[in-house]
Design a protein around this ligand. Structure first.
Ligand SMILES: Nc1ncnc2c1ncn2[C@@H]1O[C@H](COP(=O)(O)OP(=O)(O)O)[C@@H](O)[C@H]1O
Ligand SMILES: [Mg+2]
Length: 343
């Protein structure tokens, strides 16, 4: 019997649109001779629908008003165990953060990607830092800012950041993605604006020393014995890899493999696997590093447990360069989800 696979797309995060593209790509490419597919769209408001209309309508968002093909309540498919595996092609909060993973766990349905705890930790940049520090994973110096404390005494906090980090710094919501709410500050006024901006997205934020770095990413796949892809490099079209440089600008370049020595590439691959295992990831994750342009020192930037998944996204492309096809990758992820659920 064919396995029934729910493909979740959209979702309530700031990365809703990105998820629609990733989801559409999975739907276009998944092997329909092996699986019965249940596409489930989640609106920004958090309503779930099984959607059986055209995939183009998912990409441009028209699916939401395509009432004829919105055939059922998508959550019921999970709660009533009508599907065998869930593939949440959702980025950001309410998808990549352990919440959907918890829902699947309650229904005892295998879910593609890391489980509840790993998803939650990787979603939260501050907690990722706290945990990896204990294992001497090199990361940029930082200061944590909490909204309540910042409101009490802005000057004191800005002062602390300037003393500890100097300039330039990056300011990020702790729980975020696709660079939404992130800015780079070169001076005090930019820092204050950046902090206020990031606090719109999260009540705790991270201010990080800017590294003059190349951005090197590694795709990791597996449960107990994960493998790493050849590392790739992102060359942003702008001063940093912001939302526009990621999705709108043609000029950002992807280079696979990254132009580093093979010794360096091996060091980065091994570190990616070590980090994946410390965080107790399963299924997949994309581990992103910053490599100092001068010293080639390797800093962890972040771990994405549901990385961009269009055919031209880094995660599938790095696997392609390592010898795994997009369609085969989807099969492996489904098998890994089933394997992990059974133990
Ligand atoms: N400490 C840093 N030094 C240099 N560049 C950084 C630093 N932190 C973030 N960036 C830049 O900002 C981008 C987005 O930051 P990131 O932490 O990856 O957030 P997101 O989860 O939104 O992708 C990175 O791809 C990189 O271009
Ligand atoms: Mg990133």
């Amino acid at each position: 019997m064919k396995k029934k696979i729910a493909i979740l797309f959209g979702g309530q995060s700031t990365e809703h649109e990105v998820s629609r593209s990733s989801g559409a790509s999975v739907l276009r490419n998944i092997d329909q001779s092996k699986y019965d597919i249940y596409p489930i769209g989640i609106t920004k408001e958090g309503l779930w629908f099984e959607y059986t209309g055209a995939v183009e309508n998912i990409e441009d968002g028209k699916w939401e008003t395509d009432e004829y093909y919105k055939i059922a309540d998508g959550q019921n498919l999970l709660f009533n165990k009508e599907v065998d595996v869930v593939f949440p092609v959702l980025h950001g909060l309410f998808g990549e953060d352990g919440t959907i993973q918890g829902m699947c766990k309650l229904s005892n349905i295998p879910c593609v990607g890391p489980g509840v705890m790993a998803s939650a930790i990787c979603m939260d940049k501050i907690y990722t830092k706290y945990l990896l520090e204990k294992f001497n994973v090199k990361q940029a110096d930082y200061v944590v800012v909490n909204a309540f404390e910042y409101d009490q005494n802005k000057e004191l906090i800005i002062d602390k950041i300037e003393k500890k980090l100097g300039y330039s710094v990056f300011i990020k919501p702790s729980n975020g993605g696709s660079s939404v709410g992130i800015s780079k500050a070169h001076n005090k006024s930019e820092l204050m604006l950046g902090v206020e901006e990031a606090l719109k997205y999260d009540r705790k934020i991270l201010v990080e020393q800017a590294i003059n770095a190349r951005e090197i990413e590694v795709a990791v796949l597996g449960n107990d014995s994960p493998e790493a892809s050849v590392p790739g490099e992102v060359i942003p079209a702008k001063e940093f890899y912001d939302y526009e440089a990621k999705y709108k600008s043609e000029a950002s370049k992807l280079l696979i493999p990254a132009a580093l020595s093979s010794v360096k590439l091996d060091v980065i691959k091994a570190e990616a696997i070590r980090i994946y295992q410390i965080l107790d990831c399963a299924g997949m994750a994309r581990v992103d590093f910053l490599v100092d342009k001068e010293t080639e020192e390797v800093y962890l930037n972040e771990v994405n447990t549901i990385p961009g998944f269009t055919k031209i996204s880094m995660y599938p492309k790095m696997w392609q360069a390592t010898g795994k096809t997009y369609i085969g990758l989807i099969d492996e992820l489904i098998e890994l989800a089933i394997e992990r659920n059974n133990k």
